[in-house]
Design a protein around this ligand. Sequence first.
Ligand code: AMP
Length: 279
Amino acid sequence: MQQLTTREELNSFLSSARKQNASLGFVPTMGALHAGHAALVMHSVEQCDFTIVSLFVNRLQFNNPEDYNKYPVKTREDMALLESLDCDAVFIPEPEVMFPAGYSKIELDLNGLDTKLEGQSRPGHFDGVVQVVYRLFDYIRPDKAFFGLKDYQQCMVIRLLKKKYFQDISLEFLPTIREADGLAMSSRNARLSPAGRMKAPVIHKVLQAVVSLSRHVVARDALKYARHLLARENVQVDYFELVHADTLQPGQDWFKKGKNVLLTAVIIDGVRLIDNEIF
Ligand code: AMP
């Protein structure tokens, strides 16, 4: 596996892949890799001739500086995992490689995604995601890029970015990988206390309870009940909402099958966790 840190190293890897007329898969990450990231890399390796993964903790997408400072960095372990997955290259740029002096900011109309749910709770977050993913796509120009549905709203943002700037890149959104007890894998889980970790599977349990309830009660009542179940466990609910899978418009009642998305963000022990259920 090649380790690339500069644009020159990256370009030399890319030109040798292109000379072989090979297809290139790309998985952007912020590192501290787990089985959710591994699933994306495995899909890329299965589908593309070459796979490149980026490890870059993007300061721009952290609205909370404390969250940025506490974000885990485990480059050595990440490299070992990627090596074992037969990944071809890992791109680990310094901030000045991603954002050189005088770089121009990309404008993208996020169609209201930046002002609701994650966007509302984390002002500037999606703009930060757009700035870094635009630059990674522009540097790498992969044939295919892989993202996790765990970050559902982010997938919608990436879809808008592709539509406006990168129509040649095909996107694949893959299902959320979970711990055995249902907790969605996340680099942030490591920050939970033992008691918080014990409590955290309630997020997925409540999401699933709402899916079951959807066959019996109206959406408004199911959502209210879900918020109650979480509060009863002393889980602080930032939001727990039903939206339409394509428009992200809130649902007063259930949508048709496959178009319901429950999106939630909660805080357990000061750690903010997100999850969702599509049904
Ligand atoms: P991150 O390193 O958190 O920026 O995530 C990098 C990519 O991995 C994003 O596309 C995430 O949606 C995806 N991802 C993170 N956690 C999971 C998970 N539990 N299951 C599937 N994909 C995930």
